[in-house]
Design a protein around this ligand. Sequence first.
Ligand code: NAP
Length: 521
Amino acid sequence: MNSPAASLSPNYLRSRIGKICVAIIGQDAAELLQRAEEVYRENKFLEFRLDYVPKPASALPKLKAFLVEHPEVTAVATCRREANGGRFAGSTSAELDILQKAAAAGFHLVDVELQTAEQVKAGELDKLRAQGAALILSWHDFMTTKDLDGIFERIRPFEPEFIKIVSTARHLADNVAMLRFLDRAKDKANVIGICMGEQGVISRILGPRSGSVFTFASATAGEETAPGQISVQTLLDLYRIDQLDTATKVYGVAGNPVSHSLSPAMLNAAFRRERVNSVYVPLQTGGMSDLLTIIREIPLSGLSVTMPFKQDILPHLQKTDPLSEKIGACNTVVRSQDGKLYGFNTDVAAIVRPLEKRLQLRNAKVLVLGAGGAARAAVFGLKDKGAEVFILNRTIPTAQKLAREAKAKVAKREQLAKSTFDVIVNATPIGMRGSKHQSVLAPNEINARLVFDLVYNPIDTPLIKAAREKGLPVITGVEMFVHQGARQFEIWTGKPAPEEEMLRVVVHALRQQAESGTPNR
Ligand code: NAP
């Protein structure tokens, strides 16, 4: 690629920057500067969004002083116009004028939209580049991911130092299109590729591994400059983006929704602790065929499956363990080297094993509340261990059907106050954070030696509190959650799971969610 003699060379810039460029925003120059001062200590590659400031040119003297003071910082100036998805209300020539001043102020790179480059006379871009800054020529599609190669070929004649193509993922498969594109383009140009949106998260994590020179991150959660942008701390600490390479195995949690799932925090912590070269990503999708595409094409090495895919995944598995087949639900998939998919259900062990640690399940009298997916795992798992199982459910025919299938019995609510059980298991969502704060049973209906609430957010549910008030031992849903994840880790890696670390991370994340008021999932 021929860059004008005056511009900083891509090789020089690549030697200065890491894999992450942190977007800095602020309402005025002082705020931009303050954020930059805070962020540069951890990350020295910064994009200043000048279009967020009402008078961008007036911010430049302060930013110039910052760059003089911090020669280790590599800085991108962006002043995106409203027409191209930014906040700058001025014309294209006003945009170029600001970028030219930014280059003169010491910015190392300037970001110009392809639309701007195509509108202005060639001489104007040359004038901008004569200031010495390298040129990022960028394209943003806020609707779809399409024709990435076509856009690339439109940008190439301008011979920028960096080509940036940002699209919007409507499906997980759009990430595959972006990663494949990066793989094709990386030897022809210095290319940056990202899919925006919640479904584009994979491209932000795996893009650099596929050839994107770097990716963008927000300084903190809440300071995103594009939909789906991840904070720099999350990219580094949670996804370990600077350690991902072509040998890294990719796993994920598939569901809808999964944005607040604690599984990425828990399983990435386990991979990090055990030094397993794997990463675990959220896979937000609306459809099974989209999910199957991503499993095949990324390819994924394994999958946690959650609502609403636990049943729908079954016909697509080559083999399923007998218990998953009986239950009719699978929460764990392993992809073999030849692409075959094998299904397991670790929810069963996650309910049975914590109970077995505390009491003998053979002939134990167990009441299961609910008849949905989690209840099915409990009922079949407990029957398998020889327990006598009673089912109580809001919709009685569903309880009757499950009881018939599993050779269990149906309990009646009006008899609970007079009945005693060895164990009561709550497998309904009652008591979940965000729902009405109530116990699934009245105190006089809680007559058992042990109470197990599968709900894990909050940790101390109303049922757990009511049981403790009666002096009964309890098992919280967190124990089940960690256990099902730990068994997944073992199935995927063949190593014992670091359960204490996984528990620590989950409890910490639940406390954080409770403090920040994030909705439960
Ligand atoms: P599901 O398939 O939707 O089943 C929900 C069950 O709860 C159904 O039997 C439903 O009764 C009953 N139910 C729902 N709302 C109710 C209400 N307001 N009053 C009375 N009964 C109600 O859900 P699931 O997958 O089994 O999950 C159930 C809960 O288990 C989740 O909310 C989650 O908190 C917990 N869970 C925890 C873990 C863990 O790792 N700790 C794993 C999986 C699930 P109907 O048949 O009448 O609709």
